[in-house]
Design a protein around this ligand. Structure first.
Ligand code: 6PG
Length: 214
């Protein structure tokens, strides 16, 4: 069902627009089975460009690398263009800056001058993070940059992530989630008890957010 929903959403976007469309994908485990099904679908893949929502600070050949994992299951099986956040030889800060420039060059701009995706597919963590916007981290405050290097002390690491302004500017947002704990978070958010979860800001401020169970 989730893969069908995603396929129909992408097909609708392709039908509405004669131009190429841009989609950002999250890493993590939840999207993998769906992408594995989606790759078999007869979509106009040449008109789609895929980008990353966030990335771990590791090399592109590392098993933790979101791009690498999605590439194995999905990008390498379809003719679409796809763009990794990690460029070997660059510092992670440079990778974030480079990706921001890439988005600015390749995507249309919203009325606020922010790169505008046609669709962003988000995941969610059990602490309410989405993309690599983790609770109490600096990236939550980002208002200007589209892509930032975020220190995540609770994981003793850094992540590269798109910022709230980019997520809020996207024409469509889908959150893919699975498991009881995440269902509770969604419930808390809609009952207005989950206001401190990073994903809550998107629920409050984006007018076209859909949830699908992975
Ligand atoms: C990542 C992500 C992250 C992810 C959630 C959920 O790099 O891990 O992009 O935001 O979507 O952590 O991850 P799971 O799907 O593995 O539960």
């Amino acid at each position: 069902f989730s893969a069908d929903f995603l396929k129909d959403t992408i097909n609708n976007l392709l039908e509405k627009d004669e131009n190429p469309i841009s989609i950002a994908l999250s890493g993590g485990n939840t999207p993998m089975p769906i992408l594995n099904i989606l790759k078999e679908e007869d979509l106009d893949w040449n008109r789609i460009s895929f980008y990353m929502v966030d990335e771990r600070c590791v090399s592109t050949s590392d098993s933790q690398c979101n791009y690498n994992n999605i590439n194995e299951v999905f990008f390498s099986k379809i003719p679409s263009k796809s763009y990794s956040m990690i460029v070997e030889g660059n510092s992670y800060k440079e990778c974030a800056e480079h990706y921001q420039l890439l988005l600015e060059n390749n995507l249309n701009k919203s009325s606020h001058g922010i790169p505008e995706f046609d669709l962003i597919l988000l995941g969610m963590g059990e602490d309410g993070h989405t993309a690599s916007l983790f609770p109490n981290t600096n990236a939550l405050k980002e208002k200007v940059n589209s892509v930032v290097l975020n220190e995540v002390p609770q994981l003793s690491t850094h992540r590269i992530t798109i910022s709230y302004p980019v997520i809020l500017a996207s024409k469509n947002v889908i959150v893919l989630f699975t498991g009881e704990k995440k269902e509770e978070i969604v419930e808390e958010i809609y009952l207005n008890k989950g206001t401190s979860y990073p994903i809550n800001k998107i629920v409050q401020e984006h007018s076209n957010i859909k949830w699908i169970i992975g």
